[in-house]
Write a protein of this length. Structure first.
Length: 725
């Protein structure tokens, strides 16, 4: 049998066996060993051919041109073949595979395949193994307060060269090129590029359910190559309930300080017992404690806790005596206290009241390390972030400036994208009209896009990694996501509309929450109720709608008044086994199409109209509840933290709907922009009563921060923008 034919058939047999095993996850190092066996087979058969021809010496190696380059992505193409392979060739291939499997079980340093490597290759392999071991240890440790990645997630990216690995050790930025993430077969990221520069504060924005939280978790789990000296913390889970107090939980997270204090105590005890030889080490420990600012640790921890709403008694309370929401605040406080190199925050304002959001907003404006935050709070993104990362069409796009600046730039970019897309579609149509198939036309268009990409790439960006660039794909039409809410205007009503007169209230066995409260609203009211958690904002709303009865005093209400109420738990009353369309049909006697139209108005995707309510997300249920509220045609709308399950576009739509509505509105919200956009009058609950705030939102913000002893950072961007307009 000719040597080349024999060589090819052995290689194909090896590839077939590897194809069967490809479903199981194989480390890159194992793939490389498999490739070496194929290369070795090629080398052997080439030698045999040389012997037969008698033109080369017995030990002469094949020419360099005969060897093929390995793919940087460690991928092997499999080809189907109908050629038969002789028993002798099959046995030879089988022996090599058996040898490979045996080698896999041996220690890496003793593998026969390593002996075949050059000194330079051995050094490279050793460095790679050391790095992977270090990365494995970091992954096992993870960041504090993060969840494990679901087994359904898969990640792929270009393999880094030895030079890139070496550079990674000293890098201060995180740079991940051409990575893809999929979940249950759905692509969340496709050939995306991530760049997190040291010391920047990023806002990560994009549609709900498209992978923002997934990206944070992959970063926290170090699923990407990340410089080993960069510590990452994802604040996602509440602290464990224990006997440790809130302030002790923060202090205990500083491991170095804790160890030094323990050593200090031991040394002081030994010296007290006469072992003066320990004095030198004790002096060193004192110096180290001073260097890390150990004396200021507790005041700093208490300052953070106070800002997030913990009074002195709560700071000293055991975490087991807090609710889940408050333990989540302890977790956030701990993250701020630790000050990691990269802090990841996922919707940090969701568990906070307005006062705590104002403090956190102000505190993070002075954050000097790297921050990546996911939030639907536009004011928070405006005030805190100096760069926006936009997740769009499975890729990441970067914009300098805050969220308001991003919106303007993206609006312009979107116009240009639509123009480019329409040009592409016109070109494809022309190619097809000239007899080319759809596949041929698309291929030609991709080639044109590739040439344009190469032309636009600056010479300074050209390097050895250009061949790793993401493959060019056809342009997609820019996503259009429009949400428009509306509330029907109520008929005129004679006052008084709704109010509380001389009301006292407390829960059985507890101290009074309200004493001699007087409060009233009419159809023109736009009121935002503010105050820290625990003062009774939600209780006040329940008194106002009649869910709770006063201990003393009375609820005044027009007998024709219809009240619509929406809060963060509004989706919980929805019937689990009904679909949204069925629910609205039954409740309001609507036709099927009208029910679906009402749901679509509030941004519920059409495929979710017929899914059982129990299978909907929190955000989807919130939209069903808003549609229900609208169909009730209320005269007064009461909203308790309505933004928690809404995205940015929906919050904008809600603000516009409130501004167009002719009925009364009462809001409890931590969202500064919603309060500003609806021009609400502020009422603060304090000292067992409710009073109108003397001044506007900025006055309230200033007074709050001063009461906490904080330095006030730059005033709200939105407030400045409003003045400039």
């Amino acid at each position: 049998m000719p040597a080349n034919s024999k060589q090819n058939k052995i290689e194909k047999e090896l590839k077939k066996v590897k194809l069967k095993e490809s479903e199981s996850e194989v480390p890159l190092s194992d793939k490389s060993e498999s490739e070496e066996i194929i290369q070795e087979t090629r080398s052997k058969t080439t030698k045999k051919k040389s012997k037969k021809k008698g033109k080369h010496g017995e030990n002469e190696e094949p020419s360099k041109g005969d060897s093929k380059k390995k793919s940087k992505h460690q991928e092997i193409e499999f080809e189907e073949s109908n050629n038969e392979i002789s028993d002798e060739d099959s046995a030879e291939a089988s022996d090599m595979i058996t040898s490979l499997r045996k080698d896999e079980k041996e220690d890496v340093n003793d593998t026969p395949s390593e002996k075949k490597l050059s000194h330079k290759e051995k050094k490279k392999l050793k460095k790679q193994q050391e790095y992977e071991k270090q990365m494995e240890m970091m992954t096992k440790k993870g960041g504090q307060g993060h969840s494990d990645l679901d087994a359904n997630f898969t990640v792929s990216q270009a393999q880094k060269s030895a030079g890139q690995m070496a550079a990674l050790e000293n890098a201060v930025d995180i740079k991940v090129e051409n990575f893809s993430i999929s979940a249950k077969g759905k692509d969340l990221f496709l050939n995306a590029n991530l760049l997190i520069a040291n010391g920047r504060r990023y806002g990560l924005v994009g549609p709900n359910g498209h992978g923002k939280t997934t990206l944070l978790r992959h970063l926290a789990q170090r699923a990407f190559p990340i410089p080993p000296h960069i510590d990452i913390l994802l604040c996602e889970q509440e602290v464990t309930a224990s006997d440790m107090s809130a302030v002790e939980t923060l202090l205990a997270s500083d491991v170095k300080r804790t160890e030094l204090l323990e050593e200090c105590k031991v040394l002081e005890d030994e010296i007290e017992q006469g072992n003066i030889g320990k004095q030198g080490r004790l002096n060193e420990v004192y110096a180290e404690l001073k260097a890390i600012g150990a004396d200021s640790a507790e005041p700093r921890a208490r300052r953070i806790l106070a800002g997030l709403g913990f009074n002195r008694e709560m700071q000293n309370r055991a975490t087991k005596n807090f609710s889940g929401g408050w333990r989540m605040r302890v977790s956030l406080a701990r993250a701020l206290y630790i000050e990691p190199t990269l802090l990841l925050l996922d919707e940090p304002t969701n568990h906070l009241d307005l006062n705590a959001v104002i403090w956190l907003d102000n505190y993070l404006q002075g954050w000097t390390k790297t921050l990546l935050v996911v939030s639907h709070d536009q004011s928070f993104l405006d005030n805190v972030c100096n760069e926006i990362i936009h997740l769009d069409q499975q890729k990441l796009f970067y914009y300098k400036g805050n969220y308001s600046m991003f919106k303007k730039m993206y609006a312009q970019k979107r116009k240009e994208m639509i123009k480019e897309y329409e040009k592409q579609e016109k070109r494809l149509k022309e190619l097809k009209s000239h007899g080319q198939s759809k596949k041929q036309a698309e291929k030609k268009q991709k080639e044109a896009l590739t040439r344009k990409q190469e032309k636009n790439r600056s010479k300074t960006q050209r390097d050895d990694n250009d061949e790793d660039a993401a493959p060019v794909s056809l342009l997609q039409r820019p996503r259009e996501y429009l949400v428009k809410f509306s509330f029907p205007d109520p008929p005129p009503l004679q006052p008084p509309i709704l109010g509380l007169h001389n009301v006292d209230f407390n829960f059985p066995g507890q101290k009074p929450l309200f004493n001699q409260v007087d409060f009233g609203i009419d159809l023109n009211s736009r009121i935002a109720i503010v105050g820290p958690n625990g003062v009774g904002k939600s209780t006040f709303l329940k008194l106002l709608v009649g869910e709770l009865s006063p201990i003393r005093g009375e609820l005044i209400r027009n007998h024709r008044l219809r009240i619509g109420r929406f809060d963060q738990h509004s989706g919980e009353h929805l019937t689990a086994e009904e679909s949204p369309a069925e629910y609205l049909q039954r409740l309001f006697g609507l036709q099927y199409e009208k029910a679906r139209k009402a749901l679509g108005t509030f941004g519920l995707a059409s495929h979710a109209h017929t899914i059982k309510m129990k299978d909907l997300s929190g955000g989807q249920k919130a939209r069903v509840a808003l549609a229900e509220l609208t169909l009730m045609a209320p005269d007064v709308i009461i909203l308790d933290e309505p933004t928690n399950n809404l995205d940015i576009e929906s919050i904008d739509a809600l603000a516009e709907a409130i501004n167009s509505y002719k009925g009364g509105v009462v809001i409890v919200s931590h969202d500064e922009r919603l309060i500003r956009e609806t021009e609400c009058t502020l009422y603060v609950i304090e000292e067992q009563t409710i009073n109108e705030v003397d001044g506007d939102f900025d006055d309230y913000r200033k007074e709050l921060l001063e009461s906490l002893g904080e330095t006030i950072n730059s005033p709200s961007i939105i407030a400045n923008a409003a003045v400039q307009q």
